[in-house]
Each structure stands twice: as C-alpha cells, then as structure tokens.
Design a protein around this ligand. Structure first.
Ligand code: GLA
Length: 383
C-alpha cells in the first residue's frame, strides 16, 4: 500500500506523523474537449489516486518529498518562489491560488506518492492538485468548497504549468462518487450523478504507453482555435460566448471568415457536445449499444477533425472495432495515453489478448490494461 511507504518515509524525514489525504484520477466516458467550450462532460473518479501525508511545520517553508521520483524540494510561498521541479510547481500553485483568494497558508511537511499512471490521460496532475487543495484546505481549516478547490486546481494548471485546461479533471477528482459518473455542465458547473453499472459490460482502459511531445502546446492551440471561431461568430450572434452557444448553422455562416483548421476543430466540438447529450439519453435507457456507437464517433472526430489521436491510439481503436467491442475511443486530452473501451463480458478476454499481442508485435511495447472501478473523490483517510 502506498500509504504505508509514505508513512515510513514521512517518519524518517520529519520525525513525526501527519494526516493522510487522497484524491483520484478520472476516466471520461464521452464529451472530450468540450469542457473549455462550456459544454458537457461525463467523467468519473477511479480507484487510482495520489496520496499524501502532511503536517504543518510552524515555519514559512514547504518541505516536500515525491516518493515515486525520490525527489525532495523546499520552497516558500512567496510570489517569486516558483520551484524548479515540475511536481513542486503544482503544490506551490495550489497554495498560491488559495492565498490569492484570501487564505493564509503556512508552511508544512509532506510526502506523497500515487498510482495514477503518468501521461496516460487519467489526470495524474489533477489528482495531485486536488489532493493538496483538499489537504491544505482541511488542515488549515480554510473555507473553500469543492467547486472552489476544483477551480484552484484548474488555475494552477493555467498560471503555473501553462496548460489552459478546462475544469473536468479537477472537478471529477474532487466530486467523484463510487458507482456514478458525473454529468457536468461546464458552463454553469451544475452536475448530476449518473449511476453507471452497465450490466453485462465492462469498462477497460488500454494504455498505449506513449505520450507525445508538445502535447500541452498542441492542447492550447486547440483551445485557441475554438476561441478564434467564437470571436467571429460573435460578430453576427453577440450572445455566443462559447462554442456551447453556437450550432452548426452559425458555424456554416462564417465558413469563409475562419481558417479551415479552426473551422474543422469547432465543428468537432459542436458535434461532440450534442453526442454527449445523445449518449446520456441512451444511458438512461440502458442502451449501451448506442452509447458505444457514440464513443466510436467521438474517436473518429478526435482523430480526423480535432487531430489529437496518434497512430498507436488509432491502432487500438481499430482492434476494438475488429473484435466487436461495443464502444472505444481515445480518452482525455489525447496525443497518447489510453483508449476507453466498453466491452461485453463475453468478448473481454479475447479482446484483451488480441490487443496485447498485436500492439506488442507492431510497436514493440506492451500496452497496459486497467479495469475501471468508479470510485470516490478527494478525501481525508483515517490511518
Ligand atoms: C485534458 C484537460 C481537460 C479536458 C480534456 C479533454 O484532460 O485537462 O480539461 O479538456 O483534456 O476533454
């Protein structure tokens, strides 16, 4: 157990004991690149998390040990003290964002570790942000609610990491609930828990184990394309603030005013927002075949229109199709990471065997397989 090794390290480094917190990674069934366009998403927290032990140390310093990397960092929370190590930037950013919102954050000691695979599209960074946001809030008895904690994590990405992400990952990490997906309206932040127990099916992630360079700049570029299109549509339809407010007719009207690349990106987003709504209707009826079809459509859109897939992801998606898997698509930001697959129980073993064999043969790497267990969001652990 991660908590046991954390406990030992904390004791040996700081000669005391602290409190334990955890916050999970996430999956997303459908609704990709819709969050920063004010659309809907359908994520759920998973049984893989970042865990930390933490205790105030009575100084103005953060002393932090990243157990999985065996790296130590010490920094203050002064405005110009952004630490050099990338994992430390997340902790610093979360605390700074709390201070900007009026909180007093004092020094603390911490050791953390996790089992959310890095770069796999399961939001290990949101898990890290949410773990520290929840822990610091609870430990110093601050007043932030979970929505604000999610926003603090998102602002950390924007202001200290440079990824202009939406709110989905942090929201799922903070609000996850065992057995339920979260249908989140990313504009109003209204949400509903949607029980997800697809009888006769399993949800499984296949990790390509590749992450492509420049994923974050490519991500920001996609966001920029969406904003470019909104700015043009707004000239004719001033009420349009986000692509969520537009439709395909509005988009067609400006076809000659936006560049072809921005056009096709926006088209994907508008279609994807509708696809999620259709998938939710199907889910309510227990119609998983339709949900699965929508997932394949999302994959094609992400691959051909939004261009955030890659050869490895397309390969795994094709195998799923050939094996008769109900639904399959690239999950998360893209450019590597996992496909999420909805597969009938009786097809599961054959599909996994075939995927591992053919992927390994083609790419000389073994894909990793994770069965999805939808779990709770950020919490304090009693240890
Ligand atoms: C990343 C971002 C999210 C979201 C997804 C794509 O995970 O952090 O905000 O935009 O990509 O849906």
């Amino acid at each position: 157990m991660k908590t046991k090794v954390i406990q030992e390290k904390f004791k040996s480094l700081f000669e005391t004991e602290g409190a334990f917190y955890a916050s999970p990674g996430r999956i997303n069934l459908i609704g990709e690149h819709t969050d920063y366009n004010g659309g809907f998403v359908l994520p759920g927290a998973i049984d893989k998390a970042i865990y930390c032990e933490i205790k105030p140390n009575g100084t103005d310093k953060i002393r932090a040990f990243a157990l999985d990397l065996e790296e130590y960092a010490e920094f203050t929370l002064d405005e110009n003290s952004l630490p050099a190590k990338s994992w430390a930037k997340y902790i610093y950013g979360v605390c700074r964002e709390m201070m900007i919102r009026g909180a007093t954050v004092e020094g603390f000691d911490t050791v953390f570790a996790g089992n959310v695979p890095l770069g796999a599209g399961m939001s290990s960074s949101a898990a890290l942000e949410s773990c520290f946001a929840y822990a610091v809030n609870n430990m110093f008895k601050l007043w932030f609610d979970r929505v604000e904690l999610a926003k603090i994590g998102q602002a950390t990405e924007h202001n200290y990491v440079g990824v202009k992400c939406g709110i989905m990952d942090q929201f799922a990490s903070c609000f996850g609930k065992t057995g339920s997906l979260i249908r989140l309206d990313c504009r109003s932040l209204e949400y509903q828990y949607v029980p997800f127990n697809p009888n006769g099916y399993r949800l499984v992630l296949l990790n390509t184990c590749v992450t492509h360079e420049l994923a974050s700049s490519a991500y920001n570029k996609r966001r920029q394309s969406c904003e470019n299109v909104v700015a043009i549509i707004k000239n004719r339809h001033p009420e349009v603030e986000l692509l969520r407010d537009a439709n395909l007719d509005y988009l067609k009207e400006v076809a000659n005013e936006v560049c072809p690349e921005d056009y096709i990106r926006a088209e994907f987003v508008i279609e994807e927002i509708q696809r999620l709504l259709d998938a939710c209707v199907a889910l309510e009826k227990g119609d998983y075949e339709t949900v699965g079809k929508k997932m394949y459509e999302t994959h094609i859109g992400l691959s051909r229109k939004y261009e955030v897939s890659c050869e490895e992801l397309d390969f795994l998606n094709n195998i799923a199709r050939e094996c008769g898997v109900t639904g399959s698509r690239v999950m998360g930001g893209g450019f590597g990471g996992c496909t999420v697959n909805l597969v009938k129980n009786e097809l599961y073993d054959g599909f996994i065997r075939r995927a591992i064999e053919s992927y390994e043969q083609k790419f000389k790497i073994k894909p990793k397989i994770y069965d999805v267990i939808i779990s709770d969001g950020a919490k304090k652990l009693s240890i």
